[in-house]
Structures are given as structure tokens and as C-alpha cells.
Design a protein around this ligand. Structure first.
Ligand SMILES: NC(=O)c1ccc[n+]([C@@H]2O[C@H](COP(=O)([O-])OP(=O)(O)OC[C@H]3O[C@@H](n4cnc5c(N)ncnc54)[C@H](OP(=O)(O)O)[C@@H]3O)[C@@H](O)[C@H]2O)c1
Length: 309
């Protein structure tokens, strides 16, 4: 029996001969795999395992065509790493970008090495090649999401905060290239693909774009404030083309970017009395890239356990 016909989330199996039918199946499959309802979805008869998998069959070809695709910067660690895991579980194809080559031990997701673009976002000339590379990997297919997640937060050699009085010029340039310029260049470079996918851009800003922080430096803070402003500007400019643009502003999330003493010093001051996890951020990113957020644009969602209250 074809179990897809039994799945209440999918309904009667449509003929997969037209792009619209394929899109409908992909949407239903996506809904069935929604990570917010993962336990329920896995129990449904039409969950991923029941979807046809015969290589070369029209159903598989149509599903591959209709699969949602995302470009994500900074996937090798922290928030980006959790984001790939969540979206991959929901059936998305993810094209990742970071400086390091793909590492299968750290990143055990399907098609990882084939969909990894090694690029230093500090180098805007290299970024042009990376955009070209991403376009050829897309092969003319639409892009449904761009998440500008990669970011750097340099400290002084002794680990102390770099202020407006002490930040070297080269650090200002590097921070603004990676945290601010790369997001706008990527979004502009992939505009046609995002438009074709009626996609969405999410910029990862920070709580420090709004208030002085004991560890994060001035260049980092101002780059994130600029990125929040850029989010509004891009939302305004991209909306008429069907592309939504939002930001998320994490507070203290347990990743390599945190200073060693952050958790110990700041957790007691956070109303929820703990730092956040990368997966708690990834879930909000998923919401913003889903149909549940179809009328949300130009927003910055704060994920900080009440730290700014
Ligand atoms: N963790 C927090 O508490 C927190 C709070 C607020 C905002 N954020 C923001 O959240 C985002 C992710 O942070 P995270 O905590 O997950 O950081 P993380 O663990 O340090 O990871 C940063 C990621 O960015 C990539 N990256 C750094 N420099 C790059 C460059 N020049 N070119 C290409 N890729 C580069 C890194 O990959 P490679 O090393 O392989 O290049 C890595 O995958 C950042 O934008 C950060 O500012 C984090």
C-alpha cells in the first residue's frame, strides 16, 4: 500500500507530474517532519520513511526539485551547527559556508562535503567567487532561505574587551566585513534565487547591538547594531519582490564565541537564570523560515531568557 495516501497531513496522493503537485507533496512532507511536532510527525504513516525513495522515479525527481534549500554561513560550530541539524531533520537542503573545510566527524549530515563552500567572509573578493559557487550548486533552482549567521567577536590578546579607545583599525575592518558587509553582499548576490523561491533572509544580530556588554567589544556591538538597521532597510527593499527579511538577536548562548567567564558571571543576572542553547536559537530561525512567519518582515526577535527586561 502507498502509505502517503493514508497520512492525514498529506491527504490523497497527488500525481507528481506537475511542479504544483510536487510542491504540494514537498509541503506536506515538510509539515509531517516539522521539528516542533517531531514525535507526532514520526508516528504518522506518511512520515519521511513512507515517502517513495526509488532512485530515478518521477516521485523522487519531483521531490528533489521541490525540496527547500537554504544557504547558511558559519555552520561549522555553535548556533550554525544546531541550525543545520534542525533544518536537515526537517528535510531541507543546506549549503553551508565557513572558512574551515567540511569535517564529517563534526558535521555528520547528508551531502555535507558536496554542499559546503569554503570561504573567508572577511575577503569580499573571495565572496564574489563563493556566490558564483553557490549559484552553480543551486543549478538554477530557487533559494528559500539565507541565514547570515557567521560572526566574530575579537578580544584583546589578554582576553579583555576591546573598547572604542582600544580597537585596532584592522579589527574594525575585519569585524565589519564578516558581521555586516558579507550579509548584504550575499543577499544581493543571491537576490534572483531568493526571489524565485519567494524566500527569506535572517540576519543574526545580538543583544550587544542594544546595550554595552562586559565582554563583547565596541566593533562587534556596532556591527550588530548596523546589521539590525540593515535588516529593516533590506526588509523594506526586498518585500515588494516577495522576500522577507528578519533578524534574531541572541543573548548569552553557550558556544565558542562566549568568554570563559560569561556563563558564571551573567547567568545569575538573567531572569531565566541560565544561558541559552544553540538549539533554542535554531528553533526561532526555523520559525522565521517557515510559513508560520509568512507575514513577518523587518523584525528582530530577541532570544535571551529575559536578559533585557
Ligand atoms: N553565542 C552567543 O552567545 C551569541 C550571542 C549573540 C549573537 N551571536 C551571534 O550568533 C552567530 C553565531 O555565533 P556562535 O556563537 O555560534 O559563534 P561560533 O561558535 O564562534 O561560530 C562562528 C561561526 O562563524 C564562522 N566564521 C567565523 N569567521 C568567519 C569568516 N571570516 N568567514 C566564514 N565563516 C566564518 C565559523 O566557522 P569557521 O571558523 O570554520 O570559519 C563558525 O562556524 C554570530 O553572528 C554571533 O555574533 C552569538
Amino acid at each position: 500500500m502507498d502509505e502517503t495516501t493514508e497520512n492525514p497531513a498529506i491527504g490523497a496522493a497527488p500525481a507528481l507530474t506537475t511542479p504544483a503537485a510536487a510542491e504540494e507533496v514537498a509541503r506536506a512532507a515538510d509539515a509531517a517532519r516539522c521539528p516542533f511536532h517531531h514525535a507526532d510527525a514520526a508516528a504518522l504513516p506518511g512520515h519521511a520513511a513512507a515517502i517513495p525513495t526509488t532512485i530515478g522515479s518521477p516521485a523522487v525527481t519531483a521531490m528533489a526539485e521541490a525540496r527547500k534549500t537554504m544557504v547558511l554561513t558559519g555552520a561549522s560550530r555553535g548556533i550554525g551547527h544546531a541550525t543545520v541539524r534542525l533544518f536537515a531533520e526537517a528535510g531541507w537542503r543546506i549549503i553551508t559556508c565557513s572558512r574551515q573545510p567540511f569535517n564529517r566527524d563534526r558535521c555528520p549530515w547528508e551531502a555535507g562535503p558536496d554542499d559546503h563552500v569554503q570561504v573567508d567572509l572577511n575577503d569580499h573578493r573571495a565572496l564574489a567567487f563563493a556566490i558564483h559557487d553557490i549559484k552553480s550548486r543551486l543549478g538554477g533552482r530557487p533559494l528559500h532561505a539565507l541565514i547570515n549567521n557567521a560572526g566574530i567577536s575579537p578580544k584583546s590578546p589578554d582576553g579583555s574587551r576591546l573598547s572604542s579607545l582600544t580597537t585596532p583599525v584592522t579589527t574594525w575592518m575585519e569585524v565589519f566585513h564578516v558581521n555586516f558587509l558579507a550579509p548584504v553582499l550575499l543577499a544581493r548576490g543571491l537576490f534572483e534565487e531568493l526571489k524565485a523561491g519567494q524566500g527569506t533572509v535572517v540576519n543574526v544580530t545580538s543583544i550587544v547591538g542594544m546595550r554595552v556588554h562586559p565582554f563583547a567589544g565596541t566593533a562587534y556591538a556596532t556591527s550588530k547594531a548596523a546589521l539590525a538597521c540593515l535588516t529593516r532597510e533590506m526588509a523594506h527593499d526586498f518585500a515588494p519582490h516577495g522576500i522577507r527579511v528578519n533578524a534574531i538577536a541572541p543573548g548569552e548562548i553557550k558556544t565558542d564565541i562566549l568568554s570563559p567567564e560569561t556563563e558564571q558571571r551573567l547567568a545569575p543576572l538573567i531572569p531565566m537564570r541560565r544561558v541559552g542553547s544553540p538549539m533554542e536559537v535554531a528553533k526561532v530561525l526555523y520559525f522565521l523560515c517557515s510559513d508560520a512567519a509568512s507575514y513577518v518582515t523587518g523584525e528582530e526577535i530577541h532570544i535571551n531568557g529575559g536578559q533585557t527586561l
